[in-house]
Write a protein that binds this ligand. Structure first.
Ligand code: FES
Length: 343
């Protein structure tokens, strides 16, 4: 990035009259290799041209990063079903970030100076929200370290984060050019806002847009959840063996909020497993055609005893310990190998 023109002292040396404080056009050129006499060197490019070129390069770099970031977001949305099935509010938030990045990127490449601050604000917000996503892990029954391992292991997510960081860095490096152009009332420079208030306004605007998306995505729509419990049993029991059919799961929560399936095996024995997939904790569903539990997020498959049949999950489903009393009532008593989905 080119050396930027200085506008120290809070005034524009090219537009304001008064004593030189070392930041006039002539001094700037002299310090950059000009005549050294304090007089403008007419043979070197003007400060104005330097600032314009520097700013233009900044906008091209920012625009390209915004478009790439938008593409990385689209890739994530298209390839990671857990975003839609597990955290739809995050998915909608990412959709808004993708659209914002696309629009700002195109305007940046088209040299619109009015998107300078909104672009940096979008970069800051995107970076903070994406990196901060790991803190929402408990909301989805995931431990933070496990979720961080999963999230930062996604190439598209890392690329998105790196690009948002790059937009912030480009914005910082281009500050002197932007400040110069914003203060100088040259043609085409008036629409370039460079104030703290302008930045905060852009930040609040972006946050508001994403916030609306997250709120909309948080609205619970009844989906006919598969988690049910046999009713009419003894307090604390989840079923009675007389009501179980071989190979047909009965669903229950244990501990509260954690879905499990109780299966009566062909030899009459009982098995209970958690149905939260050990990959990223999406809820598995029973597939009666193959007698397996299938995870809709990334396709892991588990047999009825909870063993992994197909990845990406590598860890078997946690097993629920059971006690059956003399009347056939089934009580859960503990969890073996709770895995990453119990916080
Ligand atoms: S959450 Fe990824 S396969 Fe189940």
């Amino acid at each position: 990035m080119e050396a930027a023109p200085s506008t120290r002292g809070g005034s524009n040396p090219l537009t304001k009259k008064g004593p030189c404080r070392g930041d006039c056009e002539g001094c700037t050129r002299a310090s950059a290799g000009g005549t050294g006499s304090g007089k403008p060197d007419r043979s070197s490019p003007s400060v104005k041209v330097t600032a314009r070129r520097g700013f233009r390069r900044l906008q091209i770099a920012t625009g390209a990063m915004l478009l790439l970031s938008s593409a990385a977001g689209v890739y994530l949305l298209a390839t990671d079903a857990s975003l839609w099935l597990l955290a739809i509010s995050h998915a909608i938030g990412l959709v808004i970030i993708v659209v914002m990045d696309l629009v700002l990127g195109l305007y940046s490449l088209a040299s619109s100076r009015s998107v300078y601050l909104p672009s940096i604000a979008a970069g800051v917000l995107g970076f903070v929200l994406q990196a901060g996503d790991v803190l929402t892990a408990p909301q989805y029954n995931l431990t933070i370290p496990y979720f961080a391992h999963y999230l930062f292991g996604l190439g598209a997510f890392d690329l998105l984060l790196a690009l948002q960081g790059g937009i912030i860095v480009a914005g910082i490096l281009g500050r002197p050019h932007a400040r110069y152009l914003a203060r100088r009332r040259m043609k085409g420079g008036r629409e370039l806002e460079y104030t703290k208030r302008g930045f905060l306004r852009a930040l609040a605007g972006s946050a508001g847009l994403i916030g609306v998306g997250v709120i909309v995505g948080s609205i619970k729509i009844p989906t006919g959840t598969t988690v049910t419990t046999q009713t009419g049993g003894v307090a604390g029991s989840v079923a009675n063996v007389s009501g179980l059919h071989t190979g047909v799961p009965v669903y229950f929560e244990y501990p509260s909020g954690y879905p499990n399936a109780l299966i009566k095996n062909s030899d009459g024995s009982l098995t209970a497993v958690s149905i939260l997939c050990t990959h990223v904790c999406c809820q598995c569903s029973f597939d009666p055609s193959y007698n397996v539990f299938f995870c809709p997020c990334h396709g892991s498959v588990f047999d009825l005893s909870g063993k992994v049949v197909n990845g990406p999950a590598t860890v078997d489903l946690p097993t629920i310990l059971l006690r059956v009393d003399g009347a056939g009532n089934v009580f859960p008593t503990g969890v073996v190998n709770p895995g990453p989905c119990q916080v």
